[in-house]
Design a protein around this ligand. Structure first.
Ligand code: MN
Length: 377
């Protein structure tokens, strides 16, 4: 199995409510995505206007290794805008579910096929390759979707994007549908997953398993509503579940995550898989005891793959071996009796403050307990 990551942090990621990158930030992020090894970058929406076109042109002029893709609707206006960006690949989006056709556009299925037959050759004539972006594909009639696929291929499209626009599928449904599409045409099939039910990564991996050649991701899962499939999860999932390398330098994932968090103003939750601040931090007595004996006991993969290290903290669930270890690092050798008293102080502190004690606080607990002082309130 081979797969190409088409990262859309700069397009769908930026569509997150309240997120707006500056031109400078978009350029920095495009370079960072290229440096980390992303092969395709969806850079923006030319139809938004002159400013967006200028940024896309600026990114295009850097000469990145990654292929740049612009996003537009399946109409002449958006093809013209795309054409002014010096980018040779355009995603032309069209709704394909009856729900969207009826309630959003007041069009019918036939209109979709006519648009494809009309617009794809226009884009090809102006020197761009085309991906047909099937919006709301997960709620479309599958027979009609196969007709769309056939029409796209006949019109000369290179790629077909299956968008689970509202994040409604599960991995089994995704696998069945992508498998059917892959078996019905000779063009590239791309998966675009959303995370409304928390299944974007699972659905993306399922699509790859079913034969999708390309997948959309965003750093930190940035994107509309619950977001898209996170780049870092898809890359690490592929490596550890399927032994597939997506060509990404995982040592740089944490850095790019921080960059996107900063530029988007969307903080990363401490427990966010792969890139959260606390995902390699251990507190419970049983886990730390196991880790101290051998990290393999409680690490499914090593944080060093991400250029990170694990850390241990003391808290309500600490056991004596963790406390002895933490104090020995402070140069304090505790007796059995002292450990008991200090664990009590750590528990009280953690429950009261909802924090793990710092080294200074640990030193204070030691002094308080050595001199039988009451804890500071
Ligand atoms: Mn989307």
């Amino acid at each position: 199995m081979m797969v190409t990551i088409n990262d859309t942090t700069l397009r769908d990621g930026e569509q997150t409510p309240g997120v707006a990158f500056t031109a400078e930030e978009k350029i920095v992020l495009a370079k960072a995505l290229d440096e980390i090894g992303v092969q395709e970058i969806e850079v923006g929406i030319p139809a938004m206007g002159a400013e967006e076109i200028e940024v896309i042109q600026a990114i295009s002029s850097i000469g990145l290794s990654a292929r740049l893709i612009v996003w537009g609707r399946m109409c002449e206006l958006d093809i013209d805008a795309a054409n002014s960006c010096h980018v040779d690949f355009v995603n032309l989006s069209v709704p394909v579910s009856d729900i969207h056709l009826k309630h959003k556009l007041r069009r019918d299925r036939n209109w979709v096929l006519e648009q494809i037959r009309h617009c794809v050759p226009l884009a090809l004539d102006s020197g761009m390759e085309v991906c047909i972006g099937c919006e709301d594909a997960s709620r479309a009639d599958m027979d009609f979707l196969l007709t769309v696929l056939e029409t796209a291929q006949l019109a000369g499209a290179r790629r077909f994007r299956f968008a689970d626009t509202l994040g409604l599928l599960d991995p089994f449904q995704t696998r069945d549908r992508i498998r059917l599409l892959c078996g019905s045409a000779d063009i590239e099939i791309e998966m675009h997953a959303h995370n409304d039910l928390g299944l974007a990564t699972a659905n993306t991996l399922a699509a790859i398993n079913a034969g999708a050649s390309h997948v959309n991701t965003t750093v930190n899962g940035l994107g509309e509503r619950a977001g898209n499939a996170p780049l870092e999860e898809v890359v690490m999932g592929l490596r550890h579940l399927h032994a597939i390398e997506a060509g990404i330098d995982t040592q740089l994932l944490f850095h790019i995550s921080q960059l996107v968090a900063k530029f988007s103003g969307r903080r990363v939750a401490p427990n966010k898989s792969i890139v959260g601040s606390a995902v390699f931090t251990h507190e419970s007595g049983i886990h730390i005891d196991g880790l101290l004996k051998n990290a393999i006991n409680y690490e499914g993969f090593s944080p060093t793959e991400l250029g990170r290290t694990h850390s241990t903290v003391l808290g309500k669930h600490s056991g004596s071996s963790a406390v002895l270890d933490a104090y020995s690092k402070l140069g304090i050798a505790l007796s059995r009796d002292e450990v008991r008293g200090i664990i009590d102080r750590i528990r009280t502190y953690a429950m009261k403050t909802k924090h793990n004690p710092s080294e200074e606080e640990l030193a204070r607990f030691y002094l308080e307990s050595a001199f039988s002082l009451a804890p500071l309130s």
